[in-house]
Design a protein around this ligand. Structure first.
Ligand code: NAD
Ligand code: WQD
Length: 337
């Protein structure tokens, strides 16, 4: 199969490209490098020893995206491209709605035109809002608390409507929990711009000495130690979920929805402890006020992905921290060298 990977230069996209190439898929990557750089793709080529086409194209540029489809015969698209910072989406919502939704509408229109009707979409556990109970199943009520999350929910509805209108479409919505970790080579990993928003990138920059101290956002939640609980999943497991999703839509049409998580929740303090063990030094932290919009606990029921895709996460918390630290210590300034 020949797969177009939108957003393939990014964190999850680059790891998925490695897995796709290792599994024998042909790929092309489309990315505008808004939140990534081409070096990640050079590293993907080094890891796999395989070459592929890269198009520096913005999905908002209809003509350029159309040209990519005219030059290739794709069987399916994995659609990672999008902006993802929750706080930024509250400050500049129109940019988020335009980039994520208009970009996706352009992509779908062009796919239709070129008769490419299979798509795997990067959704998020954020579409469950503040769940009434955990673990979270795919049929739980959906809601959103920020513009970023709303774009994910809107795109889910767009894809469901498209599939209803044309039964030839095969759509998989993958709702990721909290992706962390890096490829075991330490050559690719998460490379946030500026001060990280997410926990593990922040912890690893404290450990490497770029940041002074982790602020733990609240210790008065109704959780085992009062800090927020999340379902952290190794990015290599997540990438594997995309291979399983492609196998599923190869011969199926309709819409399929899966949680990609481990089913295990860890608190912020669990993560600090595990990371300190992995890097061999204490990660300094202080307790501060809750972050507005955060929820107490969020972890997946991963049973449906296991039953229908044969997907199961195999990396544990120590693997996640070890591989994050391996990437961070080999690349203290990310891809910038
Ligand atoms: P990322 O920012 O590293 O990768 C996204 C890529 O998309 C970047 O390389 C960026 O340059 C590209 N891009 C953005 N807008 C584009 C456009 N208009 N045209 C072409 N390229 C564009 O993010 P990631 O962590 O790899 O996330 C990938 C996807 O998974 C995103 O859709 C994100 O919303 C979703 N997701 C991420 C997480 C997470 O915590 N990382 C969790 C759930 C869902
Ligand atoms: C994890 C825990 C924080 C930073 C976000 C998005 C979600 C999805 C994944 C894309 C929470 C605590 C964090 C810090 C802290 N992305 N924390 N100090 O909020 O679960 O999910 O990323 O779809 O949509 O909302 O992830 O890593 O930011 O936070 O104490 O400096 O760590 O309060 O309990 P979150 P996170």
């Amino acid at each position: 199969m020949n797969i177009l990977v939108t957003g393939g230069a990014g964190y999850i996209g680059s790891h998925t490209c490695v897995q796709l190439l290792d599994a024998g898929y042909d790929i092309a990557v489309l990315d505008n490098l808004d939140n990534s750089c081409e070096e990640s793709l050079n590293r993907v080529k080094q890891i796999t020893g395989k070459d592929f086409k890269f198009y520096e194209v913005d999905l908002l540029d209809y003509e350029a995206t159309d040209k990519v489809f005219a030059e290739n015969k794709f069987d399916a698209v994995i659609h990672f491209a999008g902006l993802k910072a929750v706080g930024e989406s509250c400050r500049i919502p129109l940019r988020y709605y335009h980039n994520n939704i208009t970009g996706t509408l352009n992509l779908l229109d062009i796919m239709n035109k070129h008769n490419v009707k299979k798509i795997v979409f990067s959704s998020s556990a954020t579409v469950y809002g503040d769940p009434h109970t955990v673990p979270i199943k795919e049929d739980f009520p959906l809601s959103c608390t920020n513009p970023y999350g709303q774009t994910k929910l809107d795109i889910e509805y767009i894809l469901k409507d498209l599939s209803k209108s044309d039964p030839e479409w095969g759509v998989i919505l993958l709702r990721y929990f909290n992706p962390v970790g890096a490829h075991e080579s330490g050559m690719i990993g998460e490379d946030p711009n500026g001060i990280p928003n997410n926990l593990i990138p922040y912890i690893s920059q404290v450990a490497i000495g770029k940041l002074e101290c982790l602020s733990v956002f609240g210790d008065d939640y109704d959780t085992k130690d009062g800090t927020g609980v999340r379902d952290y999943i190794h990015v290599v497991d997540l990438a594997d979920g995309h291979i399983k999703a492609l196998e599923k839509i190869k011969d199926n049409t309709g819409v399929f929805i899966y949680n990609l998580g481990t089913g295990v929740g860890y608190s912020v303090l669990d993560m600090v402890k595990a990371f300190s063990k992995a890097c061999g030094k204490d990660v300094k932290y202080k307790i501060v006020d809750r972050r507005p919009g955060d929820i107490a606990s969020c972890y997946a029921d991963p049973a449906k992905a296991k039953a229908e895709l044969g997907f199961e996460a195999t990396h544990n918390l120590d693997d996640m921290c070890r591989d994050t630290w391996n990437w961070q210590s080999k690349n203290p300034n990310g891809y910038k060298g």
